[in-house]
Structures are given as C-alpha cells and as structure tokens.
Design a binder for this molecule. Structure first.
Ligand code: G3P
Length: 218
C-alpha cells in the first residue's frame, strides 16, 4: 500500500518525506486555500515545488466544473510536471473529461467519491485513481471503510485498473483498516501519519532499555 500525504504545506510534505515512507501527495482547493497562494502562476509554481520535493504522484485539482474548462485546466496542470495527476470531481462532466484525458495519456484522480456505483463509472472512464472519502462517510454515521472493501472487491472481480486511493483519513486506525480492506493508497494528514508511531509500550520499552544500559555503565 502506498502512503500519500494530504496537504499543500511544503513544511508538512518535507517532514513526512524525510521519514522515507512517503509515496506521493494529494491536494484539493481547500488545502491550497489554507496556504494563501494567490494567482494561477503562483498556484502552478507551488505545484511544481511539491513535484520537486516528492518523487511520486502529486494530485492537483481542477476548479472548473464544465467539460471544456476541466479539459483546459487539466492540460495545463499535466504540463507542470510528469508526476502531476489531475484531480477531477465525480460529476458527469468530470467522468467525460476523465475519459478524454485518458485517451490523451493524462493521468487522473477521480475525487469526491462516496459510493460503489460512482466508483464503477470512474473505472469505466479510465481514472488512474478513485478517491472514496472515508472520513466524511463516517462523519454522517455510515461506514467509510466498508466502501473501500466494496470498491476493492468490485475492481478485483471486474479486473479494473483504477487504483483505490482512500482519502479523508481521520485517524491511524483508518490507515490500518483501509490496508486490510484492500486500498492501494491512503492519503492522510501529517498528524495521522505520525499517529502510526504512537504506542505506550514502545515508549516504556525504550525508556527501560536506556535505563538498564546507563545503570550498567555507571
Ligand atoms: O483531499 C481529499 C480528502 O482527503 C479530503 O479529506 O479531511 O477534507 O474530509 P477531508
């Protein structure tokens, strides 16, 4: 399973990348807005900085919601760097754009997925990734991990090439559960990735090792 970080913060990306376990980055318009970058030239320059920081797939999302606008933006985004994967919302114009972009060899991440039916459309259109939003499904008292399991099962049965990129990850257990459910990728905030390290017995054990060592050298 690949681990992506879900942020547009270069500092957070560098911190995760320095661990040596990072495979890529996903952004979205809300994450980009948090960085306060104004103007398309500056936004595209920021995507390039991310691509130059992490050697992996970098998802950059279109803003347009019409087919022609999506196609125009997607070609620009894809031209920034080979590692750019264009994020397209799962709406009719988006599925049409994903199909067209696939024929042009431009890779896509179909985002805002909340059902298996939607995920079938994305795979049929040739999306590189499908992004089911696990956390937002849990937030309304449905089972986000169950959707990952269902999509993974359908994709395997139907031999679809689209990769399941579990998104909207809220906690370390989501990462473990999505790995068990067959996700190809999880994309997570830095805090959730760092949360994987946490176990009290690790801390207690290390403290005891060091105490015993120092006692033996006294
Ligand atoms: O970037 C897509 C997804 O990961 C957003 O998640 O935390 O806004 O529900 P979240």
């Amino acid at each position: 399973m690949k681990i992506f970080i879900d942020t547009a913060s270069l500092n957070e990306i560098c911190e995760a990348n320095d661990l040596g376990i990072l495979d890529g980055v996903t952004t979205n318009p809300s994450l980009m807005a948090k960085e306060g970058i104004k103007g398309l030239d500056n936004i595209y320059a920021h995507y390039l900085k991310i691509c130059e920081t992490v050697d992996g797939d970098i998802s950059a999302e279109v803003i347009a919601t019409d087919y022609d606008g999506m196609m125009r933006e997607a070609r620009i985004l894809a031209g920034i760097h080979n590692n750019i994967v264009v994020k397209i919302p799962l709406i009719p114009a988006g599925i049409k754009a994903i199909h067209s972009l696939t024929t042009e060899g431009i890779r896509t991440n179909c985002t805002l997925n909340f059902s298996a039916g939607q995920a079938i459309l994305a795979a049929k259109a040739g999306a590189t990734y499908i992004s089911p939003f696990v956390g937002r499904i849990d937030d309304i008292n449905w089972d986000g991990v169950a959707l990952i399991e269902q999509i993974s099962r359908i994709y395997a049965i139907q031999d679809f090439d689209t990769e399941v990129l579990a998104a909207s990850i809220r906690n370390p257990m989501h990462i473990v559960q999505c790995a068990e459910a067959g996700a190809d990728v999880v994309t997570c905030p830095l805090s959730t990735i760092m949360g994987l390290f946490k176990h009290p017995l690790t801390d207690i054990g290390l403290e005891r090792f060091l105490a015993d060592y120092h006692k033996s050298q006294a």
